[in-house]
Design a protein around this ligand. Structure first.
Ligand SMILES: [Ca+2]
Ligand SMILES: [Ca+2]
Ligand SMILES: [Ca+2]
Ligand SMILES: [Ca+2]
Length: 480
């Protein structure tokens, strides 16, 4: 019996020992992914998180070091450069959402909790393992800022041949990608084989426009071999992981391109992963551009000229405004204004026929005259050769006489001959007018004086009457 009871005690201790060791195992650490799932397998595109049960480090150490070391390493050489120091919760647990590696490198690893922070691993300290596999990167393309080029025409005086057609946002994830090629298909009624060049640039300043020093990364001349054709351009550009530059697709137009609508579709973009070496097909395609309307070549050329005859002119005299120096502008309207062209029409207009037109003016004073025409039909008069101005001098005779009375002699001397009599007659009538006015002023003053005297007299008479009434009033009061 004694032997039996010893056996039972031994079994009891054994069970207790197992229970204790189980509770020790229970205080463990595990790796998990960003979705909170416990796992030991990660990709290079993932982030590694750490979690634990309560009572870690036998509930003795609260401030601990977490090491990630290469699997099987004896020394604690952290692959991130240094261990991560952590404060456990009040229940001796790794805090929630503890990320231990944001950009893991492919390989097999151990995670060790150095409870006593002595820089060495003790077999009783918590430990787990995980592996990271390389995953090839991914690429995406999306529409950038909308480019609104409604129309274009060849203008010899303002030669703009390069037209931005489409801006793309492009991005890489997981690894750097060397862009390999882009496939672009022409659309629209216009004959695309007439487009001189198709080019792809990096829109460094992201303004939707091609600027100086922006890098060309792919091109084709001509743009397409045929109408509505498709061109596969080779690209020379390294897209860095987690970056998002903008690309610009630019057409170079041709002076002799025929009218029509011009658009394009980006069908595909391919690149090669710099780490994986694998072909990466970009998602997000196809993407369409807006349609550019190509108009007939600009025919109305030259710089508008305005001439006024006579200039100087006499007051009341008609002046002819002559418009000239434009070719190919017949049937266009030229507005004449006394203010710059942005102001409303205030004088008149004429319509160009056989390169010229004219309009009769009735000027009353000196003025600046402006001629305005919209040569290129873009609803403004801001383009080359669309405006002209000239000063008109109007000799006003009466103004000179009234403003400069001391210069009668000069005026009469200047206007010798036929005009002389008229001018002298004018002066006499003006002198007569002024003396007539003087008489009226004198009369008014006299009448005013008489009025003042009459008022004074009436006040005095009133005063005397009151004086006389006073003793009579006192007398009557006394009688009462
Ligand atoms: Ca230790
Ligand atoms: Ca076409
Ligand atoms: Ca730009
Ligand atoms: Ca214009």
């Amino acid at each position: 019996m004694k032997k039996e009871s010893r056996k039972y005690i031994f079994i009891l201790f054994l069970v207790l020992g197992i229970l204790i060791s189980v509770s020790f195992v229970h205080a463990s650490i595990d790796t998990k992914n960003s979705r909170g799932l416990t796992t030991t397998s990660f990709f290079t595109s993932d982030e590694v998180f750490l979690k634990s049960s309560t009572g870690l480090c036998n509930s003795i150490y609260q401030n601990i070091d977490v090491y990630i070391i290469k699997s099987g390493d004896e020394v604690l050489a952290d692959v991130r450069g240094k261990p991560e120091e952590l404060n456990l919760t009040s229940t001796y647990q790794i805090p929630a959402n503890t990320k231990i590696w944001a950009d893991p490198v492919a390989g097999d690893y151990d995670v060790i909790v150095d409870c006593d922070k002595n820089g060495a691993y003790h077999p009783l300290e918590p430990k787990t393992s995980f592996s990271v596999d390389f995953k090839k990167g991914s690429g995406n393309v999306s529409m950038g800022s909308e480019i609104k080029n409604n129309s274009w025409r060849y203008d010899a005086e303002n030669e703009i041949l390069m037209i931005e057609m489409l801006q793309l946002s492009i991005s890489a994830g997981g690894e750097d990608i060397g862009l390999a090629n882009i496939s672009i298909k022409a659309t629209g009624t216009g004959n695309d084989s007439q487009i001189s060049a198709l080019e792809v640039y990096v829109d460094t300043n992201n303004n939707g426009k091609l600027d100086e020093n922006e890098a060309l990364i792919g091109d084709s001349q001509p743009a397409y071999l045929q109408d509505n054709g498709e061109t596969n351009l080779n690209l020379d550009y390294t897209l860095l992981a987690d970056s998002g530059p903008k690309l610009l697709i630019v057409y170079t137009m041709n002076e002799d391109i025929e009218e029509g609508g011009f658009g394009l579709i980006v069908n595909s973009v391919y690149g090669i992963g710099k780490q994986s070496g694998e072909l990466i097909k970009f998602s997000g395609l196809p993407i369409n551009s807006n349609t550019l309307k190509v108009l007939p070549k600009q025919e109305c050329l030259g710089s508008l000229a305005l001439e006024l005859t006579p200039n100087p002119a006499e007051e009341g005299e008609s002046v002819l405004a002559k418009i000239s120096n434009l070719t190919g502008c017949d049937d266009k309207t030229v507005n004449i204004k006394t203010k710059p062209c942005i102001y409303p029409l205030d004088v008149g207009y004429c319509i160009l026929k056989e390169r010229k037109c004219e309009i009769e003016l009735k000027p009353t004073e000196n003025n600046e005259y402006y001629a305005c025409v919209d040569k290129n039909g873009d609803n403004d008069t801001l383009d080359f050769g669309e405006t002209s101005s000239i000063s008109l001098v109007v000799n006003s005779k009466t103004e000179k006489v009234t403003e400069e009375p001391g210069e009668f002699a000069n005026v009469t001397n200047q206007t010798q001959g036929e005009n002389a009599t008229a001018v002298t007659g004018d002066i006499i009538s003006q002198l007569f007018d002024s003396s007539f006015k003087n008489i009226f002023v004198l009369l008014e003053i006299t009448l005013l004086l008489i009025l003042v005297v009459l008022i004074i007299i009436s006040i005095r008479i009133k005063g005397n009457r009151q004086e006389r009434n006073k003793p009579e009033k006192k007398k009557s009061e006394g009688e009462e």
